[in-house]
Design a protein around this ligand. Structure first.
Ligand code: NAP
Length: 250
């Protein structure tokens, strides 16, 4: 089950964190992979090396998703290396903490552009190949904030909700074409973005108390559900939202 030999996957934001865990899990199942990040070439190359050590092909692509031309430029980098992907995992995201009365245009534009609009643009670049070959998997990484928004992340949570609406919309439009579109929504997971705040013992305790299972997850906890949704065996699953959060959304 879940064998992916010969498939090609692009995972955005895969030089570290949850994206890296997803990329390595797909590579372990035999998928060739594109590592993507903004500009940190050493960490992208190191991740690609880890994937190659599993016997698959791996290339790095770069692009700042706040730039309106990034999706097209990533597409050009893929066309000139291993070709267009069969699997697209939209994982990269940017998060700004701000109280409701301090949110400005720049906060809004940056988060909506990176966390929502770039997803539409990357689908515009990648989905035509999937639709043409009548096989494709698109997995969007959402957040438990779709259900439990953090008071200081109104725009980020809104962008994740917007992505979920896009998932439902496109899953209907692509239904019957062999291309599925699903959402995986992590809860609190140990990655670079929250290392600093989780060092405060009081905040850590509060976070753990908010999770019914009582502990914070690891990036690998998010990788297995994505592998499942990208597999041949998940051909009949589309338009879903799958929380990976120890029950926090309840
Ligand atoms: P992370 O450690 O903060 O890494 C973010 C990734 O996104 C990096 O690879 C980063 O690339 C990339 N990225 C950020 N801004 C970018 C931009 N402008 N252009 C291109 N790439 C950009 O993130 P994470 O914690 O692993 O989160 C991964 C996904 O899970 C995100 O969608 C996040 O919203 C979601 N999530 C995470 C948690 C959690 O607790 N960690 C909880 C719920 C949902 P660079 O290295 O180049 O900056």
């Amino acid at each position: 089950m879940f064998e992916m030999n010969g498939r090609l996957a692009l995972i955005t934001g895969s030089n570290r964190g949850i994206g890296r865990a997803i990329l390595l899990a797909l590579a372990k199942q035999g998928a060739n992979v594109y590592v993507h990040c903004r500009k940190d070439a050493p960490s992208a190359r190191e991740t690609a090396e880890c994937a190659r050590a599993m016997g698959v092909d791996a290339e790095c692509v770069f692009g700042d998703l706040s730039d309106a031309n990034a999706a097209e430029q990533i597409g050009e980098q893929m066309r000139s290396t291993m070709g267009m992907p069969d699997i697209l995992v939209l994982n990269a995201s940017y998060q700004i903490r701000n109280s409701w009365d301090r949110i400005g245009t720049e906060d809004f534009d940056l988060q909506m552009r990176i966390d929502f609009f770039s997803s539409i643009q990357l689908i515009q670049v990648c989905a035509p190949h999937m639709l043409e070959q009548k096989w494709g998997r698109i997995v969007v990484i959402g957040s438990v904030q779709q259900a439990k928004p953090h008071p200081e992340m109104i725009v980020y949570a809104g962008a994740k909700q917007a992505q979920m609406s896009m998932v439902e919309n496109l899953s209907l439009q692509f239904a019957g074409s062999g291309v599925t579109v699903n959402n995986v929504a992590p809860g609190t997971i140990y990655t670079d973005r929250n290392t600093q705040v989780l060092q405060d013992p009081a905040y850590l305790k509060k976070c753990e108390n908010d999770i019914p299972m009582g502990y914070i997850g690891n990036p690998e906890d998010c990788a297995a559900p994505v592998v499942m949704l990208c597999s041949e065996e998940s051909r009949y699953i589309t338009g879903i939202n799958l929380y990976v959060d120890g029950g926090k959304h309840i």
